[in-house]
Design a protein around this ligand. Sequence first.
Ligand code: NAD
Length: 363
Amino acid sequence: MEFNIAVIPGDGIGPEIIAEARKVLDRIGEKYGHRFNYTELLMGGASIDVFGEPLTKETLEAAKKSDSVLLGAVGGDVGKSNWYSLPPHLRPEVGLLAIRKGLNLFANIRPAVLFDELKGACPLKQEFVGDGFDFVVVRELTGGIYFGPRRTEQVDGIRKATDTLVYDENEIRRIAKCAFEIAMKRRKKVCSVDKANVLDSSRLWRQVTKEVSADYPEVELTDMLVDNCAMQLVKNPGQFDVILTENMFGDILSDEASMITGSIGMLASASLGEGRLGLYEPIHGSAPDIAGQNKANPIATILSAAMMLRYSFDLATEADCIENAVKAVLKKSYRTIDIMSEDMTLVGTSQMGDLIVKEISGE
Ligand code: NAD
């Protein structure tokens, strides 16, 4: 099959980690008979330098025309870079919000996987981690309290601020569907997280999620209150497969989930919309402190490319192949600086990419 991928290297370590992800995709293409065509686009600081703005209309249009988008990271050193003396609407990170909105991406998917070989990096006690964990947080991205009506006012001389948490059933239905579809490609369990003992929006969330579940009889649906979920994530993270939740709860829980894996350079993410086009990116930033030094860990970006194969292109075998290659390289004790520990072999960005490619080739 043939796929057109818009590639946005971005700033800082972005170009280095994207180069490794492309190496891996190309090897997968050769092995399984696919062709990946890349269109390189500028965003963030790199776009400001050339076009004077972080995301041009033309770039967004090119991204829309692609089958999927693979992004490195954007932004510079906030204290040093000239990009941050520009007005707020022209700064590098504005490109990120604009492309997510422009592509109408309403679902954010963040896997939290504890690799066996990196168990030492997990801040939880071994008794809570057990055999490890492998779950994804599916967060609604364009509704809820971050987008509802808000105001700050003075009432009888007292300052008062109001934010409003609004969801309609269509918004809930489409994100619930997304979570069930993902569960079908995994261990077929959805845990829907809400605050239905207090909030009307959560009660509607629960009803609609239950309705959607009728279309997925193979998937087990459970409900959990958000305060309990925050506790369960540190007490027994192995119980989760797919966590489905609204925007603000998801914002907080997905950061908690990342934290318990203990390694920022390993974590991938995806933002999805109605069709198959998605935006795939590592959760870390542009790490300007190590840019251009061949030190960055490219694995989060390589795993983001694997997610693209799985969720946008329906290439599960190929995605598995990449994930297994990453595990195999870790098992052979190769580490980039961010995940380095005693008795391991330190490698740079490009070496890590080469090792993963070799593993895919079965060498
Ligand atoms: P960061 O994630 O870039 O870096 C935090 C720390 O983690 C740094 O010490 C960095 O060296 C290290 N690190 C991050 N990724 C790594 C990797 N792959 N391998 C090895 N080490 C890695 O966060 P920050 O320093 O707060 O932000 C730097 C810039 O990135 C800022 O301009 C910020 O706005 C931007 N940012 C962009 C995104 C994005 O593009 N999605 C996300 C977060 C931050």
